[in-house]
Design a protein around this ligand. Structure first.
Ligand SMILES: [Zn+2]
Length: 304
């Protein structure tokens, strides 16, 4: 059994190196309406070991078929796919389809069950991470069609399409985003048109919010630019310039302000030490709530 545990540990560590898809990868889930936005005001999920209710990892309604088994992990019944392989170790893999276990043919089912029990903390944590990831991505995934929803400064806009002969036009009308497109325009043209509008709005929003925090800090960036980086919400360069990701325009104002305050604070402190956080606190008291909210999106974009 000791040897088995070692094998399990080695295999589990390899599976920990999961890379998660980027922001605008194709949706992993079929579109579902309505889209929940802004994020529910519930407490953010705890970090570290699993300590929350886990309804979505209850067994699926389909009975376990060939190769599908159910493991009891504490109070949770988790369905998984068992594959026999020629490998010499037991492997655990968690992705958006659930848990998969591969095991050598000579390992008995009870040994596999014991190995799963041994690894249950990791398994449950990964299942929760993937479920949360799918939910977050679904919230940010726009269906580019009439009636599709777009998150805009924490509000949810519904796109209404119409045709017009000349250039595309976008206008905001309450919670409705009216988009007029030339006849025959496709999904891509709708997306490009709305994203161009969002970028203009992001620029205008940042231009309104930046001076507030520049004044509080007593200094400003040498320049700032809009970014569409796939990996960063914002950044501050040693030359004192700042980049802000236009996709922040999807988020509530508190988060936009936090990213701005965070990057401006780097003008004082080019690190994330205590003095840096004290600087953020001095220009944006109570920033922690926004910071926690943004951390719910860590697998896609980070802050530097
Ligand atoms: Zn930073």
């Amino acid at each position: 059994m000791k040897r088995l545990r070692e094998l399990v540990r080695a295999a589990g560590d390899a599976a920990l190196q999961l890379t998660l898809p980027l922001f605008e990868a194709p949706p992993a889930l079929p579109p579902r309406a309505p889209v929940a936005w802004p994020p529910r005001p519930e407490a953010p999920p705890p970090r570290g070991p699993v300590a929350r209710t886990l309804p979505p990892v209850e067994p699926r309604t389909t009975p376990p078929g060939r190769g599908r088994r159910v493991a009891k992990l504490g109070p949770h019944a988790v369905e998984y796919e068992l594959r026999r392989s020629r490998r010499r170790t037991i492997g655990f893999f968690v992705d958006d389809t659930g848990l998969r276990v591969t095991a050598p043919r000579w390992v008995t089912v009870s040994e596999i069950d014991a190995a799963i029990a041994d690894k249950q903390g990791w398994i449950l944590r990964k299942l929760v991470e993937w479920r949360d990831h799918a939910e977050r991505r679904e919230r940010l995934t726009v269906r580019w069609e009439d009636g599709g929803r777009v998150a805009f400064v924490g509000h949810e806009l519904t796109m209404r399409l119409s045709a017009r002969a000349d250039a595309p036009a976008v206008s905001l009308d309450g919670d409705t985003l009216r988009v007029a497109l030339p006849p025959g325009a496709g999904t891509e043209q709708l997306r490009d048109t709305v994203q161009a509008w969002l970028q203009r709005e992001a620029r205008a929003l940042f231009e309104r919010r930046l001076p507030i925090y520049v004044e509080r800090l007593g200094r400003g960036p040498t320049r700032w630019r809009l970014s569409s980086a796939r990996t960063r919400w914002g950044s501050c360069a040693p030359d004192g310039s700042i980049r802000l990701n236009w996709r922040l325009v999807h988020f509530p104002l508190e988060i936009v302000d936090y990213v701005i305050a965070h990057e401006l604070a780097h003008l004082e402190e080019m690190n994330h030490g205590p003095r840096f956080w004290a600087t953020v606190q001095s220009i944006l008291p109570g920033f922690e709530a926004a910071r926690r909210q943004l951390k719910d999106f860590p697998d896609d974009l980070t802050l530097s």
